[in-house]
Design a protein around this ligand. Structure first.
Ligand code: FES
Length: 107
């Protein structure tokens, strides 16, 4: 799987992740800036907030109650459709691709 991160400075980082890799953890292990992941992926901090690009939205799992609560307290403005927690999004198949926009701030 490949995740493309569109950064706030206009640059793009494209990184490979193993099957099951998550948006937050993949960013951290590849030094992609702008994603913090303070709680370690427990849906308890909202510092892994990303905006998922429209064309990938229908491939995502539904928002859980915990994720919903955290999305209400993101540092950057929540987008009603595209905002998700990066720690809650995994790429499940070998050929999966995902593109996200990294918000301006996380705290
Ligand atoms: Fe804390 Fe995702 S890493 S909510």
């Amino acid at each position: 799987p490949v995740i493309t991160y569109h950064l706030n400075d206009g640059s793009t980082r494209e990184v490979e992740t193993p099957v099951g890799g998550r948006v937050m953890q993949t960013a951290l292990s590849n030094n992609v800036p702008g994603i913090i992941g303070e709680c370690g992926g427990q849906a308890m901090c909202a510092t892994c907030h990303v905006y998922v690009r429209e064309e990938f939205l229908d491939r995502l799992p539904p928002v859980s109650d915990d994720e919903e609560e955290m999305l209400d307290v993101t540092a950057a403005k929540r987008d009603p459709v595209r905002s998700r927690l990066g720690c809650q999004i995994a790429l499940d198949s070998e050929d999966e691709r995902l593109e996200v926009d990294v918000p301006e701030v996380q705290v």
